[in-house]
Design a protein around this ligand. Structure first.
Ligand SMILES: [Fe+2]
Ligand SMILES: [Fe+2]
Length: 287
């Protein structure tokens, strides 16, 4: 148990005349049962997730306020949807200056989230969470300091044709783009690190939970994970576009619950930040 927050700092040079700063938060996993619900998840989360996800979240939001930093939150704000969790964020998160990209848990309705792997699940649960979030959960953009922040929901390992088309439109506006997505793009280095960590508690081949996992990795995964983490053709095309489009300068992501910074061969930088549930946040300065 860390028992304190850790604010990391990263600087990414993207050729700006004046710096742009923001606070990257992700994976808060606010976990609050409704009255009489007793999901059992709360005690699990509190045991495994430091027992203070609420305290850390409030402290990190306060840090953003004190420093006057806009927040970019890359999803899993909720551990699962509940009226108490919505009331909590309505009070403590909604009034802040933030931009949001959805995570898989934001769509999980109650716990356990029955049927979440079935098609149409998100269509049913999105309207429940949407009124509590200040921007569109599937795709949104916001220009801050001459930088176009674009959020794109890839939380179920899929990017749609419509999202890709909207992303192209945003890129064509000509601003440098910071892409905010829950699931980071696959790289061998990141995957290896995640496998290594997971091997401490997983029997057999662990999975890396990244986007765009190559077939030679997937074929070693257990069936359930292979099905969940396999991308369709549109998603693979979107990944290639993102990696090679020069105006996309930076990806900020979460989901894997670790801290990792990397540069793809094209020069695209990707920063993954550990969850606020574990006390982490990252001040990012674009220069
Ligand atoms: Fe998460
Ligand atoms: Fe996640």
């Amino acid at each position: 148990m860390k028992n304190s927050t850790t604010i990391l700092k990263s600087t990414v040079s993207i050729g700006l005349d004046a710096p742009v700063r923001f606070l990257h938060l992700t994976d808060s996993h606010i976990c609050l049962d409704d009255e009489g619900m007793e999901s059992g998840r709360q005690s699990w989360v509190h045991q495994h997730f430091e027992n203070c996800e609420i305290e850390y979240f409030l402290a990190l939001c306060e840090h953003a306020k004190q420093k006057g930093l806009p927040i970019v939150h890359t999803g899993d704000l909720y551990d699962f949807q509940s009226e108490r969790a919505f009331a909590f964020t309505d009070e403590h998160f909604a009034p802040l200056d933030y931009f949001f990209a959805a995570g898989n848990h934001d769509f999980f309705h109650t716990w356990p989230p029955k049927g979440y792997s079935e098609s149409g699940y998100k269509t049913r649960t999105l309207p429940l969470v949407a009124p509590h979030i200040g921007n569109d959960l599937i795709f949104a953009s916001r220009v801050m300091g001459g930088v176009n922040f674009v959020s794109l929901d890839n939380s179920f390992y899929k990017i749609t044709e419509k999202q890709l088309s909207k992303l192209r439109t945003e890129v064509e506006k000509g601003y440098p783009v910071v892409l905010c997505m829950h699931i980071p793009l696959f790289s061998e280095e990141h995957a290896e690190r995640l496998y290594e960590e997971a091997r401490q508690y997983t029997v057999g081949q662990p999975s890396c939970f990244l986007l765009g996992i190559p077939e030679e990795h997937l074929r070693l995964y257990k069936e359930e994970h292979r099905r969940e983490q396999t991308c369709d053709e549109t998603t693979l095309r979107a990944i290639e576009y993102i990696k090679n489009e020069k105006r996309i300068k930076l990806i900020v992501a979460g989901h894997t619950h670790d801290n990792f910074e990397e540069v793809f061969p094209s020069g695209l930088v990707q920063i993954t930040t550990h969850g606020t549930y574990y006390g982490f946040a990252r001040e990012i300065t674009l220069t």
